[in-house]
Design a protein around this ligand. Sequence first.
Ligand SMILES: Cc1cc2nc3c(=O)[nH]c(=O)nc-3n(C[C@H](O)[C@H](O)[C@H](O)COP(=O)(O)O)c2cc1C
Length: 374
Amino acid sequence: MYNNNALKIGLFGANCSSGRAVTLVPERWSGSWPDNLRLARMADDAGIDFMLPIGRWKGYGGDTDYQGATLETVTWACGLLAATQHLTVFGTVHAPLFHPVIAAKEFVTADHIGRGRFGLNLVVGWNEDEFQMFGVTQREHEDRYKYGQEWLDAIKRMWSGEEDFDFDGEYIKLKRVRSKPKPYGGTRPLIMNAGASPTGRAFAVRNCDAFFTQASRNSAGETAERVRGAKLEAQKHGREIDVYTVGVITCRRSTREAEEYYRHCIVENADWSAVDLILAKKNITPEAVGWEEIRRERTHYANGMGGLPIVGDADHVATQLAGLSQAGLRGIGVSFVNYLEELPYFAAEVLPRLERMGVREARPQAQSSLRPTA
Ligand SMILES: Cc1cc2nc3c(=O)[nH]c(=O)nc-3n(C[C@H](O)[C@H](O)[C@H](O)COP(=O)(O)O)c2cc1C
């Protein structure tokens, strides 16, 4: 992430079975450790900038038990950081489920293993099922972010030079906290968040380096407007943030081939039973939003659970990605139906086009001066 690529590209969701494609096709992503390891090494060699996992504790069910087998993200990140050289690897952590003193130390450990390449995706949670599994009562929506603020404040103090401090929050109370070592090289891990509600967005722009938001499916102008809005909100807090999005790529030799594969996986062979369970968990029901919206949401959720679909040949995919950069986005976390099978073509055909378009470099040099200071 600490390089001159104007558009950072990462892989999103590979730690989960089926990744981000709610499909029955047999080649759907395994999410296994050997596949993740091979993928991370391949991505590292190809110049991919980051890997972003999903913090998921319980599958969604359906015919495939969508995302039913998941690798825990911080331990996953440690393994991948040890096996790679350049990539930033995020851990995605539910603040209410990880004690901050343990969490701060886990992140520092991962950061040392990766020599400064660990990133933190802080999530406050939304899935009631998962919290019940932990025996933890989910707070009201606003309070989740109040708790998240205290949790992050405590973690940042542990990462700073302070020692033996007391932390006396409304929710978190800690005595004579000592936490050594500090993050790698006097810097700190990149922090991201993807809050979508006004409270979640406000949290992200106040605290994070990277804010993930939905790109518009309608126009680049609308996406640019969203990016500008988030950056302006951050400026009001005297901060600068980078804005990212998520996408789902189907890239083939011809647009026709790509569209056919997309239709095969995501329409004809979607795991609709799982899609309906996901929608129900998010309270997207016919009663709540009407049938027309349900039909639209079903298609969006089958492919990438709402990420921007980019379907076409390499020219089309590269043009779309460059367009996102021009709209002001700093990066995109992408997924494929089968990451290992599809990344080589993407890396061979799309990345060089993005270099020629001036939004990426062939072999970017990491610059530690670009990392946030502690
Ligand atoms: C890129 C991205 C990654 C996310 N990762 C997770 C995750 O791994 N686990 C999770 O529970 N929520 C995840 N979320 C959900 C967000 O953290 C957030 O809860 C959601 O967008 C709803 O926003 P709100 O909390 O402001 O209501 C993710 C969202 C996005 C867009």
